[in-house]
Design a protein around this ligand. Structure first.
Ligand SMILES: C[S@@+](CC[C@H](N)C(=O)[O-])C[C@H]1O[C@@H](n2cnc3c(N)ncnc32)[C@H](O)[C@@H]1O
Length: 124
């Protein structure tokens, strides 16, 4: 079943279900330095007031991409950057709509990457 309402995403309910916090932790080379905030973003980060040097957003959808940029950009360290997967991927065009909406409101430096997924980096 598609979760698409605006022609923004080819993602379907049930995609990427084969995972867990335990599986993710098992792949971490330094698990003692990792904190998982499990749940739906942005609710999953309420109360977190860290700053960030690097953020990777790969959520395939408009709303959490925009929420991620609105949440993380103000908390980004000077010189830090946000990597956004699928910015130039037509299967997930909501990602581009979200990034463009953010950049229209906050004209900050951004640089598309020539990678397979059409990623983009937002800089501080
Ligand atoms: C393309 S997958 C991420 C793949 C991952 N980066 C990897 O390389 O294995 C997109 C993920 O975003 C998650 N996602 C979408 N919206 C979300 C939200 N609001 N909060 C948390 N996760 C979300 C989906 O459940 C899905 O697991």
């Amino acid at each position: 079943m598609s979760i698409d309402t605006n022609g923004f995403s080819a993602a379907a309910v049930g995609d990427f279900q084969d995972t867990s916090a335990e599986k993710v932790m098992a792949r971490m080379p330094n698990p003692g330095q990792v904190r998982i905030h499990q749940g739906m973003f942005p609710d999953s980060v309420h109360g977190v007031e860290d700053t960030f040097a690097f953020v990777s957003l790969d959520v395939d959808l408009y709303a959490p991409t925009l929420a991620g940029l609105e949440y993380f950009y103000p908390r980004l360290s000077p010189g830090g950057f946000i990597f956004i997967h699928d910015y130039n991927n037509k299967r997930y065009s909501g990602v581009r709509h979200a990034v463009d909406a953010f950049l229209a409101k906050h004209p900050v430096p951004a640089m598309p990457l020539p990678d397979f997924a059409g990623s983009l980096v937002v800089l501080k």
